[in-house]
Structures are given as C-alpha cells and as structure tokens.
Design a protein around this ligand. Structure first.
Ligand code: HOZ
Length: 429
C-alpha cells in the first residue's frame, strides 16, 4: 500500500503554492526521509487515518501531547464544555489557577507558574528571566538539545534544525549567538572547562534532562549532579526543559526520575492536552522577577487560554496515581523487547534506547550518549526502515533525530503488529 495516496499528493501540491515547503513546521515535510508527507483526516486513540483512507498505528502522538491517545474522550469533553463558555477572555479565569496549582502540586521545585503558548515561548522566557534575575548575558546549552526556536537557543540545536542540517539558523545575529556557549552532553570535562572560563558570566544552563531532539539518549551517572554543583557554585540558574518529558516520564518528569532539582522548569505539550500551550515555573524569588511584579517582561493574549487549560487539566487529572505510568512502562518494555529481537534476528546493528514511553532506534553498533554518537547512525538505513514501516501501516517520526511516543491508548495488539512489521522490514535493510 502507498500511504501517500492521490489526495495527500494533491493537497501537498496545493500547499506548496501557499505555505513555505508546504508545511507549518519543517520536520513534517519528510525531507529527512524523502518523499512527500501524507495528510491526516482524523485520529482516535493510537491510530490516525489519512485523507486517502489508510489507517496507521501512530508513534508520533502529535510530537508528545497525546499521552492518552488522540481525541481522548475526557479531554474532548472538557474542551467542548470550556468552548461553550467562551474561547478566550484576556481576563484571568479560574482554570489558570487550577492548572498552576496542579503543576505546583506535581513538580516539587515549582513554586510559581506562568502560562504561555508554546514550548518555544516557555524556554525563551525562561532564558530572559534568568538573565534578568542574574544580570548576566551568557548561557550554556548542550549540542543536539532543542529548546524551541528562540534566537539564543537556535545554536547547535536538535529537532528540525538538525534534521535539515541547519543546527545554526540563518537570521540569528552573531551578537546574540555569541552569548550561547555550546557544550557536548554527558561530557563532564567540557562542562567543567566552560564553567572555569565563563562561570561568573553565566546567567543560565538549559538542558533537556533526557535529550530527545537528536533521537534519545540518557544522562550518564554523575553528569546531572556535576551540573547542579557547578550552577550552585557560580550562581547560575539551572533550567530543566521538560517540554517533552514533563508529566510523561512520571508526575515530576525527567527531573523526578533522575533526582535533579532545577531552579526553573519549562513545560508544554501534555499540559495543553493537544492545544497550544507552554509554561515556565520554579523558585518564587526568580519567578517574581516577571512582570507585573518584576522587571522582566513576558506576556501573551492567549496565555492561560481556557480551552488549553481545560484540555491540559483533563490530561493531567488522568495521570494521577501510578496506573497510567505503569501501563506506559509495560507497553514500552514490550516494544523494546520486540524491536531488539527484530533487529537481532535480522542481524541489523541497532541501539534501541528507551525510557518509559519514549524511544529511539539508532542504526549503529556503537552506544549513543551524545550528539556525536547519534550522528554515527546510518541514516540511509533509517530512511528505508521508516518507509518500510509506513508501508506496513506504522507511523514513526520522519527523522532519525526525533523520539517516538507511546500512549496509554496503544494496545498490546498494536505493539505486536509493530514488532511484526519491524521484523519484516529489518530483513529488507
Ligand atoms: N519540533 C517538533 C519535534 N521535536 C516538531 C513539531 C512539528 O513538526 O509538529
């Protein structure tokens, strides 16, 4: 079957006339894997249906928000009820307070929360806040980590920037980028050296605690502890970007899982239940630097939007207790075991990396701990694998440098079908 059928092809041809590259976010254009994208008609649970009528098992999950699957009934009901009362007010509404209290209750280091409209905005605002709070300009980020497309952060960035070979975007003034110091992830010596050289000039270090925009790799023992020690010693604000991992890897995200206590955290995706959302939160003394209390300006017409708050609250409420996380872990483990066996029996070297419901398979025999390791993956093999899986009805992220997501709506049957498809496709690589 060809998943990119005539209706998708026609829509893409039309889109190319009016939308740069035919898409509103670059990775969707399939440039990393070749061919044209399919268009989606609808989605429910773990499945999406293309405009040409094909049904796919989806592991993109709208890039993370769909932890309960697509069109989750409780989320949809909450959005409908909120919409009946008005779609936007630009005046404080009670749902904003509920959301802030929920996040504060779940993430121990978060004392105050400011809502915004995307993960990009959250990270951009967190950096400005750290700069305003410390009176310093420089920041450290890690290569391959992606924190949205704010100017200071689009330096050696992952996700679409990396996928398309532009980890340093055009249009970012050199005068801005020079304040961003890039360090390899999981490299304690490089981190120490950066602090020795710039320690007292550093406003912030921002990291994905589990980097998931160059595929997926985990922090090595001791790295996060060193980072926390150096930031405390130098009065540098530590920002955990939990836009992808927040409320997915556990109620308190990757920071809870790895015992990291950041000063600020950024969130998005799950807390919007599939509607546009972002948030930053953390220590009161830092957060109170935000306007109207403090001198750091940050604002938004749609910030705290009632539909996004209602959807996010519905999503978070279903994550109370351990049941959802236990289910995600069991499904993740089933997929991991099956994918590893599929690769082994086809004699294809794969580093299958997973934490909870996030995963990535790199086509390399070498372990992957950072961007340099990730770049060793055989991307031609990935392309073939991606298209082979798509033809089998399995939709993986169309880039080697993105993570996959499992939802509570995936079934063991979905996972079995995925593993069966992978075993077949692996034999053709
Ligand atoms: N930056 C997103 C992946 N990490 C992609 C968003 C999209 O294309 O929708």
């Amino acid at each position: 079957m060809s998943v990119v059928g005539p209706k998708s092809e026609a829509l893409f041809a039309e889109a190319l006339k009016y939308i740069p590259g035919g898409v509103n976010s670059p990775v969707r254009a399939f440039r990393a894997v070749g061919g044209n994208p399919f268009f989606v008609d609808r989605a429910a649970g773990a499945h999406v249906w293309t405009v040409d009528g094909d049904e796919l098992i989806d592991y993109v999950g709208t890039w993370g928000p769909a932890i309960h699957g697509h069109a989750d009934p409780r989320t949809i009901a909450a959005v409908k009820a909120a919409a009946d009362r008005g779609t936007s007010f630009g005046i404080p509404n009670p749902l904003e307070v509920t959301m802030a209290a929920l996040i504060r209750g779940l993430v121990p280091g978060v004392e105050k929360v400011r809502m915004c409209n995307s993960g990009t905005e959250a990270c951009m605002s967190a950096i400005r806040l750290a700069r305003g709070f410390t009176g310093r300009d420089k920041i450290i980020k890690f290569d391959g980590c992606y924190h949205g497309h704010g100017d200071s952060l689009l330096v050696k960035a992952g996700s679409g920037a990396l996928t398309l070979g532009n980890p340093d975007s055009a249009g970012v003034p050199v005068d801005f980028a020079k304040h961003t110091i890039v360090v390899p992830f999981n490299d304690p010596e490089a981190l120490r050296a950066a602090f020795t050289r710039h320690g007292r000039e550093l406003a912030a270090v921002i990291l994905e605690v589990v980097p998931a925009n160059a595929g997926l790799y985990l922090p090595r023992p001791g790295f996060l502890e060193l980072l926390r020690t150096l930031t405390v010693e130098n009065g540098t604000v530590l920002i955990a970007d939990e836009v992808m991992t927040g409320f997915r890897l556990g109620p308190d995200g990757a920071q809870g899982r790895f015992g990291l206590k950041p000063d600020l955290s950024t969130f998005g995706k799950i807390i919007g239940g599939g509607l546009p959302v972002g948030a930053l939160g953390g220590r009161t003394d830092i957060m109170d630097f935000l306007a109207p209390l403090g001198p750091v300006y940050q604002a938004g017409t749609l910030s705290g939007n009632p539909l996004a708050m209602a959807a996010g609250i519905a999503a978070l409420e279903q994550l109370r207790g351990r049941a959802a996380y236990d289910r995600l872990e069991a499904l993740g483990a089933q997929l991991e075991a099956g994918m590893k066996e599929a690769a082994r029996s086809a004699n294809v070297p794969v580093q299958y990396q997973r934490i909870g419901s996030m995963f990535c398979g790199y086509f390399t025999a070498e372990p992957v701990h950072n961007l340099a390791d990730a770049m060793k993956s055989d991307r031609e093999r990935f392309k073939k694998f991606f298209h082979g899986m798509l033809e089998e009805g399995i939709y993986l992220a169309p880039s080697q440098f993105e993570a996959g997501f499992i939802s509570t709506a995936h079934s063991t049957t979905d996972i079995e079908a995925t593993v069966k498809a992978a075993a077949k496709v692996m034999r053709t690589l």
